[in-house]
Structures are given as C-alpha cells and as structure tokens.
Design a protein around this ligand. Structure first.
Ligand code: JB2
Length: 211
C-alpha cells in the first residue's frame, strides 16, 4: 500500500486532521498545501506550497490526499479538484469514536474524537463530523456538510449537501435540512429548513435567505 499522503489546508482544522492521522498510524504525511505564504511548518509538517504543487506531487508518487479546510464551499471545490487529479482521498477517523458497523462512510470524511454515529446512517464524501457530535440512527449526511462540535441529531434526519450546523445545535427526529444552509450555534431545529437559508434560535427561525 502506498502510504504517502498530502494534507490540503494548514489552519486549525488541518492541525486536528494531522493529529488524527498520527494516531491512525496508517499514512506517512509528507506535507501540507496552503494559500498562506507566511507559515512554513504546521504541527511539525512542512508546508510545500499552494495547490499548484498537487499535480506534481501526484506524478511523483504521492497518491493519497485529504482536504482539511473547514469552510464547506471551499472544501467542496478543492475536494473535486483533488479527485480530478486522481488522488485517493482517504478518511480521517479518530480511533476515539463510536461508529456502528452498519454506517456507510464515503471518501474524505473527517470524524473527530468523541463523535458517535448510530445504526444505518450514511455519511457522504467530504463531510466533517466534529468533536463530540452525535448522529443517531438512519441519518443521511450529504456531501461536504459540516456538523460542528457538540451537535446532536436525532433519528431519521437528512442534512443536504454543503450545509453547516453550528456548534451545539440540536435537531429533532425526521427533519430535513436543505442544501448550503447555515444553522447558527446552539439552535434547536424543530421544523424542516429550506436550502440556502440561515436559521438561528430556540426554536430556530429563518434569519436570512442566502444566494
Ligand atoms: O485554496 C486553498 C486555501 N484557502 C485557504 N488551498 C489550500 N491548500 N489552503 C487554503 N487555505 C488555508 O486554509 C489557509 O492557508 C489556512 O491555512 C486555512 C484556514 O485556516 P483557519 O484556521 O482559518 O480555518 P480552518 O479551515 O483550518 O478551520 C476552521 O474550521 C474548523 C472546522 C476553523 O473555524 C476551526 O476553528 C474549525 N475547527
């Protein structure tokens, strides 16, 4: 197995991802890419340049990659770019999670320490299930969603592509959250959320329609 991996992104999220890859002991992190020209090293890992170096790295035998950027739109775009280059986009799953063996997990998924995912849920590509979040049974978490730390999703919840659930938000059973919506921190979702909407509060109400 080719163990070499490049991490795309060099901020706070990348630090957590590097920590998870170190504890997984499966890959050899050869470097990270960043748009930030100032930093040279992160968590002891060298910054190799911006994403223009990715094609060359792939040609030189680095076949694995992980997109470690919190922003959902940017992570979605870079995931597709890395996929197109041909990278094997792997998962960063902390050994300190509680995931049912029935859960289906896509590619490029981050599951942070303390997260729980219950029976028959589906976690699609490029999703972040952040620290101590809980996803109950039969959830569908679509591509490039970010479930922030401490969120609790009850059974049969669907979160459509690209949406962001802010820290500590809670969702009652059978709710559907549309694409590219934003749920403000600490909100409680008791009604379906349309796509491209920002909601906030207890219970959550629409505060903005996004373009
Ligand atoms: O196009 C890009 C690019 N744009 C920004 N390509 C690459 N390779 N890197 C890019 N970046 C990098 O994202 C910047 O160089 C910087 O290193 C990083 C953004 O860092 P920041 O710490 O602001 O955000 P983050 O995405 O690492 O973490 C956010 O999301 C996490 C889930 C923060 O809100 C964290 O607190 C949160 N835990």
């Amino acid at each position: 197995m080719n163990k070499k991996i490049v991490i795309i992104g060099a901020g706070g999220h990348a630090k957590v991802i590097i920590d998870i890859f170190k504890s997984m002991k499966k890959y050899e992190i050869i470097g990270v890419t960043s748009s930030d020209k100032i930093k040279r090293i992160i968590s002891g890992i060298p910054i190799l340049g911006n994403d223009l170096v990715l094609k060359d790295l792939y040609k030189k035998g680095v076949k694995n990659a992980f997109v470690a950027i919190g922003d959902c739109k940017l992570r979605d775009k870079i995931f597709d770019y890395a996929n197109k280059i041909g990278f094997n986009i792997v998962n960063a799953i902390s050994p300190f999670t509680n995931i049912s063996s029935t859960v289906k997990i896509g590619l490029g998924v981050a599951i942070m320490p303390g997260a729980s995912i219950n029976v028959d849920s589906v976690i699609e590509d490029n999703v972040i299930i952040n620290t101590n979040a809980s996803i109950d049974h039969d959830n569908i978490i679509e591509k490039s969603v970010h479930i922030a730390p401490g969120c609790n999703l009850a059974g049969n919840v669907t979160v459509e592509e690209g949406s962001f659930l802010g820290i500590g938000s809670k969702v009652i059973p059978k709710i559907s959250i549309g694409k590219w919506s934003i749920i403000g921190a600490g909100s409680v979702i008791i009604k379906n959320v349309p796509s491209n909407t920002t909601v906030f509060g207890v219970p959550a109400k629409v505060v903005k329609f996004n373009n």
